[in-house]
Ligand binder design. Sequence first.
Ligand SMILES: C[S@@+](CC[C@H](N)C(=O)[O-])C[C@H]1O[C@@H](n2cnc3c(N)ncnc32)[C@H](O)[C@@H]1O
Length: 219
Amino acid sequence: MRLRNKPWAVKLVNDHPESVLQNPDPSKKIDWRQRFAKPDQPISIEIGSGKGRFITTLAKEHPERNFVAIELQTTAAGIILRTKLTEQLDNLQILRGDALNINYFFAPHSIDHLYLNFSDPWPKARHEKRRLTYRAFLERYQAVLKSAGELEFKTDNAGLFAYSLQSFNNYGMIFDFVSVDLHHEAEEILNKNIETEYEHKFAERGNPIYAVHAHFVEE
Ligand SMILES: C[S@@+](CC[C@H](N)C(=O)[O-])C[C@H]1O[C@@H](n2cnc3c(N)ncnc32)[C@H](O)[C@@H]1O
């Protein structure tokens, strides 16, 4: 998904370096403790947050946790930032950069939860390496997640879902929850679900939403 460039969003991002890290230098360690009002709280991350509906809702509902939204696009980062500032979410940071460098952005085994929501499907076989559930990404996720850390993935795309289950399985991950129709699960599951922008749009059209929670086996 490519958002139309919004000059106000670019300016907002540039004006708030305390909230948005832009393309950090992979050779330099990021001191996340300094960036959060409550540095001792566990950190969860979302990769490809888009306009940020999911991560800002989660941050609002869980002031006892810290969150980092990772997003390639400056306009998307600006939209997330606008919500962060309006809602005064001092437990949310934004990192504008590529998830491929995630193992440089975070210390080994420092992350509690990693969320992937409606990632770009890259359906052509020759683009497999760009899928955020490709093996090379899993290696990096494993490096940053705590040993009991959970990877949670949702999509409306049956092809990407099948591919991702296979990729997780080939990597030796353990599945904790799988749904091929998340929006028709039991109430206790629905109550915990936080919709993303894409999820809302696709579910309204009647598309099933697929979900999987899995964790890595200790190295
Ligand atoms: C299809 S959108 C989904 C947005 C949102 N998660 C949702 O569910 O509504 C995918 C988002 O992932 C971002 N993205 C794709 N590849 C990325 C990468 N390697 N690192 C960071 N963000 C990425 C894109 O810029 C886009 O905003």
